[in-house]
Design a protein around this ligand. Structure first.
Ligand code: DAH
Length: 357
């Protein structure tokens, strides 16, 4: 038995379907009047529950349908649906009206003609750009990425690289030493040693990373800087392979209109050794050679140290070449940056000029 306090359905329904139609009309007009007088969301929700909720007069009328004589069911049913439809539409319209008023009030305090705020976009550091490009060129040539620790032993940084005790690079005034005898690596060449200790030939690696020296900081020196090391060891690797590799690499980096010069030099761990100079044919300073890398054929003494450390002779009948270059310098040349310090100061006015992705 349905309880319906506001709607004495049973009696009227039973007595007269006509009375029921009348009552439904009454519900409709009560509902529409009530909804029309509402002006906030809470009251509107109350009206929805009152007129469409489970305990509403309309629900009671629906329950009373089962007592309506068969021949009247259709007419009463249709009326019921129509009333419910009318109330629902009215509620929807009122909801839209209240929302519109609320939105208009919210917008009133906003000035839509003000320019929008731009969201600052991050970008890659110029050094990262150059590193990514260099690595991708060298990887295409078959070089794999290798790495080693920045806090190194003297043996990996100097002794194994044929750098004797009295070499100036080992001096306290050139190198950061720790009390335990370790040091901040002065070059990435130590990764050559780390790799050959761990891996038999053929070895073809590049090792980008930081290096550290006790240098006074100025426009061309930093005490922490970045290098890119390369090493290729196999049977019958020749100086022609070294020259071909570096020429291809620098043409990929700077275009085909550059000239390279291999100038004899000395490095303890390569023999013969060279410094590589670069000349841009197109630039205003076309006649100026810029020093860009060190390189050479791996000194047999280095292979001897490796064999001794490994306790085998894997590196006995091999030859190899190595090269190393300053990544910061590469970035300076690529972007025409006049002062190395700009690369570490992180001044947004400088960095945003390279925001190309
Ligand atoms: N390690 C050298 C430096 O820091 C650069 C270098 C020169 C690396 C010759 C090499 C090389 O691998 O073969 O100045």
């Amino acid at each position: 038995m349905v309880r319906c306090p506001a709607f004495s359905c049973r009696d009227s329904l039973l007595s007269s379907p006509f009375a029921m139609l009348k009552q439904l009309e009454q519900i409709e007009s009560d509902a529409l009047n009530a909804i029309a007088s509402v002006s906030d969301e809470t009251s509107l929700e109350k009206a929805r529950i009152e007129f469409l909720g489970k305990k509403s007069r309309l629900s009671a009328a629906l329950a009373g349908m089962r007592d309506v004589p068969k021949e009247e069911k259709k007419a009463v049913g249709q009326k019921l649906n129509q009333v419910r439809g009318a109330i629902t539409t009215c509620l929807d319209e009122k909801t839209a009206e209240i929302t519109a008023v609320r939105d208009a009030a919210a917008f009133a305090s906003i000035d839509p003609t003000l320019p929008g705020r731009t969201i600052p976009e991050g970008a890659l550091h110029p050094l990262t750009h150059v590193l990514d490009r260099a690595v991708s060129v060298l990887r295409r040539m078959g070089f794999a990425l290798a790495e080693g620790p920045e806090i190194e032993t003297e043996w990996h940084c100097f002794d194994a690289l044929n750098t004797p005790e009295d070499h100036p690079a080992r001096n306290e005034s050139d190198t950061f030493y720790f009390e335990n005898g370790k040091l901040l690596r002065t070059h990435t060449s130590s990764v050559q040693i780390r790799t050959m200790e761990a891996q038999a030939p053929p070895v073809r690696i590049i090792a980008p990373g930081s290096a550290f020296r006790r240098d006074e900081i100025d426009s061309t020196h930093l005490s922490a800087f970045n290098q890119l090391e390369g090493l290729y060891v196999d049977q019958q690797v020749t100086l022609a392979d070294l020259k071909g590799t570096l020429e291809y690499f620098f043409r990929e980096m700077f275009g085909s209109k550059i000239e390279l010069r291999f100038r004899p030099h000395f490095f303890p761990f390569t023999e013969p050794s060279f410094e590589v100079d670069l000349k841009f044919q197109t630039s205003r300073k076309a006649d100026k050679w810029i020093e860009i890398a060190g390189c050479g054929m791996v000194d047999p003494n280095v292979f001897d140290s490796i064999n001794t450390a490994r306790g085998d002779s894997e590196f006995s009948d091999v030859t190899g070449f190595a090269f190393g270059m300053g990544l910061d310098r590469l970035a300076m040349i690529t972007y025409g940056i006049p002062d190395l310090r700009l690369l570490i100061e992180n001044d947004v006015r400088f960095l945003e000029q390279f925001g190309v992705g």
